[in-house]
Design a protein around this ligand. Structure first.
Ligand code: GLV
Ligand code: MN
Ligand code: MN
Length: 434
């Protein structure tokens, strides 16, 4: 890092504004909040998600920044519209959508910290080598539309991996929901960023696991992100009267689904073909006590840091589906599938994050991520770096997900310092790819 930038980073003008960051985190947490459970539900492209996006854009514009929504529904924030494309971008961000009944920090923290760092840059008057850009990627979780990483896949140019007419878990088309969010399914190609347009990507996130809390580290430097395959299945049987249909000859879709749940668990827990396997979503129809289930929609989420193990586990699962079909008289169709490969972060960016944490006197450690992140998709386009802060109790995707204010502020400071380092480095000699 040059003396000029280090000197300016030490000045209060180039610190983030902790109160502003914490205020925005608290305000965003009210959008989609359920006062009974204490959880937050902002399914991607749902009404609460749209409100959250509007909130982010209002905050950015009030700070004098410019906002745009691309065809995939990603919110892109810059210091000035005229900067677009002039220099390679230093992209920072995460997602605003949540799982059903999730917590206040997963994704939202990274987006608001990116906004905070961008605002700090804008106020600094620095003329960096890179154009700092904050992005809120659309539909990272895939809670309603089963295409997780939708927005980051589009930016990374992975259009071939996206369905032409995506539908939500209830069969409703994405087209209209995307239009309401400011996107355009027919113009998806315009959301892709060309190669060379992003110098580096940085994502700040809560760890969502117990490692940092247990070791007492304040900062996590992510080494690699797990690979993940999600299959959405439709199991079709025959609905019928629960009292009058003999057991022999039934085609019970829910009984078949139960076998799938156990097969997925067995695959990871007993056969160890992949690290973890989860059926987290199941929707049975007609879902009434005295009728045999006619149709079930469900997801199977497989994860591993080794691409070949992940592919092998999927192959075995698909064979088991055929066996379950035959033994239950049902039809099992894979109606949606998404894959995110395991990726490593850039060695150069890891060093920059470690140096930033050292400069701020924050104990840190290197660890892999068991959760998926938009960074995985952006890795197609640019070197990536990820910063974690500790999760209280190591829990996430539940209402109790939390991190201390001190750690939230510390993480944003590490993001700022790392961003200053990247922005001050000529991308031509950066060597972040390694
Ligand atoms: C993303 O939230 C994931 O499921 O890992
Ligand atoms: Mn999540
Ligand atoms: Mn997340």
């Amino acid at each position: 890092m040059s003396d000029q930038v280090l000197e300016r980073a030490a000045q209060p003008a180039l610190d983030i504004d902790p109160a502003r960051l914490l205020r925005r985190i608290a305000e965003l947490a009210r959008i989609g909040a359920d006062t009974t459970t204490g959880g937050i539900t902002r399914e991607g492209f749902g009404a609460a998600d749209r409100t959250a996006r509007a909130y982010l854009m209002d905050e950015a514009r009030a700070a004098g920044l410019t906002t745009a929504v691309d065809a995939a529904g990603n919110v892109v924030i810059r210091r000035a519209a005229a900067e677009a494309g002039e220099r390679p971008a230093l992209m920072m961000g995460s997602h605003l959508d949540t799982v059903v009944n999730g917590g206040r920090l997963d994704g939202a923290y990274g987006v608001l910290a990116a906004l905070e760092v961008l605002q700090t840059f804008a106020a600094s008057g620095l003329e960096p080598h890179c154009d700092p850009v904050a992005v809120a990627f659309a539909n990272e979780e895939g809670a309603l539309f089963p295409q997780p990483f939708w927005g980051s896949m589009a930016i990374a140019g992975r259009l071939a991996g996206l369905p032409r007419e995506p539908r939500d878990h209830h069969g409703r088309p994405l087209r209209e929901a995307l239009r309401r969010a400011g996107g355009d399914l027919d113009a998806l190609g315009t959301a892709c960023w060309p190669h060379g347009s992003v110098a580096a990507y940085l994502e700040l996130h809560v760890e969502q696991g117990p490692v940092l809390e247990r070791s007492g580290s304040r900062i996590g430097v992510v080494s690699a992100i797990t690979g993940r395959t999600v299959l959405t299945l439709e199991v079709r049987g025959a609905a019928g009267h629960s009292g009058t249909s003999p057991m022999a000859g039934r085609r019970d879709a829910l009984a078949a689904a139960a076998r799938i749940v156990l097969a997925a668990e067995h695959l990871a827990a007993e056969r160890r073909l992949c690290r973890v396997a989860t059926v987290g979503h199941i929707d049975t129809r007609p879902n009434t006590p005295n009728t045999i289930a006619g149709t079930v929609r469900m997801t199977v989420d497989l994860r591993d840091t080794d691409l070949w193990r992940l592919a092998g586990a999927e192959e075995v699962l698909r064979r088991l589906l055929r066996t379950i079909e035959n033994s239950t008289g049902t039809e099992i169709e894979v109606v949606a599938e998404t894959r995110s490969d395991p990726v490593s972060t850039s060695r150069g960016l890891r060093t920059a994050i470690e140096d930033s944490a050292d400069a701020l006197d924050l104990p840190h450690e290197v660890l892999p991520s068991g959760a998926g992140h938009d960074a995985q998709m952006i890795a197609d386009l640019a070197p990536i770096g990820m910063i974690f802060v500790p999760s209280l109790g190591g829990i996430s995707h539940v209402p109790q997900e939390d991190t201390s204010d001190e750690d939230l502020v510390a993480g944003a400071r590490v993001l700022l310092r790392t961003a200053l380092h990247v922005a001050d480095t000529d991308p031509a000699d950066a060597g972040y790819r390694a």
